[in-house]
Write a protein that binds this ligand. Structure first.
Ligand SMILES: [Zn+2]
Length: 374
């Protein structure tokens, strides 16, 4: 397998003192004002090159906004880059605006992270601030590259969002095949080559989702501004919660099976909505977003762990008998979650059968690819 660059955005909480918080806030504000000032200058004078813009804005930026030399340079670079990307997107004759209070930091120029200290340029020079290191340790293996970070502030707290890049080699050989069926009753049903089945229950998720749905419905009827605000908050909370569930399960799978594993999932990208896949009486829950996210998480975590994800055609995975290959729509009894083969009378849970069939598709694929290679 060829190497693949994996990008993960690390979100790190930094721990400034009250004084440092003020200084960081002042810096973020000054940078935003300077960005908008430099953007106006560039737009009005039609100067979109860094060196030319520098001549016009450098001194005002230092005297008006109190920016230090390094930061003034960074601001101009950010402005020119913004106009360049607008132009490549076909947007011309529009002034670039910087609305959000955030500060773009280039690695080793505007910021660095070492052991437990974040060092950043401010209006009063460089300061060093401790940060929460938990979960960050593995990024300091010397192979991860730190991208351009954003310093953002929310409710008096400060965070760094850093895109981290590393090239992973993936797996060289496959020792394990694992079929995974995603669903509603069970978030994931897993079948491996030792014949072991693991069910990750979806009951709690189902309950939580229908609870959220009820609250949403009540709020939608109110139609007040505060109800709308609560509505959007609830949506965010629900998504965060689901994201957490997906992280937990994918992490558990990758660590349970270890390196050189081929995880086999249904390719659901062709399905218009994942609700097409789920049972009729569960149609009220839209899960496509969640399935996509699960697949994504499993894919990058596998790759980081010398394993792989194979997406296969979902056709007939729930209708085919995993023992005798007999295919019949009526093999599956959706209501009682049971699969019963019309030919060999093999019986099992229907999600388990889907996972078994995915496992078989994975081993077929591997046999095919070794034949081609041989
Ligand atoms: Zn059968």
């Amino acid at each position: 397998m060829p190497g693949k660059t994996i990008t993960i955005t690390a979100k790190i909480k930094i721990l400034p003192t009250e004084k440092e918080k003020e200084l960081l806030l002042d810096t973020i504000r000054a940078v935003r004002e300077a960005l908008n000032y430099a953007s106006s200058e560039a737009f009005n004078k039609k100067i979109f090159s860094n060196i030319q813009l520098h001549k016009h804005t450098y001194h005002p930026m230092r005297s008006k906004f109190g920016l230090r030399s390094q930061m003034a340079n960074s601001v101009n670079k950010t402005v020119c880059a913004k106009y360049k990307s607008m132009k490549s997107n076909g947007v011309t004759n529009t002034k670039a605006m910087f609305k959000k209070p955030e500060y773009d930091l280039v690695w080793n120029r505007d910021y660095s992270l070492k052991k437990a200290v974040f060092s950043v340029n401010t209006l009063k020079g460089r300061i060093s601030v401790p940060f929460e290191t938990k979960g960050m340790e593995h990024f300091f293996d010397g192979e991860w590259k730190f991208g351009t970070a954003k310093l953002v502030t929310k409710k008096g707290k400060f965070f760094l969002h850093i895109p981290m890049n590393k090239v992973f080699e993936g797996s060289e050989k496959i020792d394990n095949i694992v079929g995974i069926d995603l669903g509603i009753n069970f978030v994931a049903t897993v079948y491996d080559q030792n014949g072991k089945t693991t069910f990750f229950s979806g009951k709690q998720i189902k309950q939580k989702r229908s609870h959220y749905k009820m609250v949403r419905k009540q709020l939608q009827q109110k139609q007040t501004a505060s109800a709308r605000r609560r509505l959007s908050k609830i949506g965010q909370r629900e998504n965060r919660w689901m994201t957490d569930v997906n992280h937990c399960i994918t992490k558990a799978l990758v660590s349970q099976y270890g390196p050189n594993t081929l995880f086999v999932l249904e390719d659901l990208s062709g399905v218009r909505t994942a609700t097409e896949k789920v049972r009729k009486n569960n149609r009220y829950v839209s899960v496509s977003w969640s399935f996509g996210q699960f697949s994504n998480f499993l894919e990058y975590k596998s790759f980081m762990n010398q394993s792989e994800v194979l997406f296969v055609d979902p056709a007939y995975t729930s209708q085919t008998c995993p023992k005798c290959s007999h295919r019949d729509k009526t093999n599956r009894h959706k209501k009682i979650h049971t699969f019963c083969c019309k030919r060999c009378e093999y019986r099992s849970n229907d999600d388990r059968v889907a996972a078994m069939n995915l496992y078989h598709k994975g081993s077929q694929y591997l046999r095919g690819s070794t034949q081609q290679a041989g």
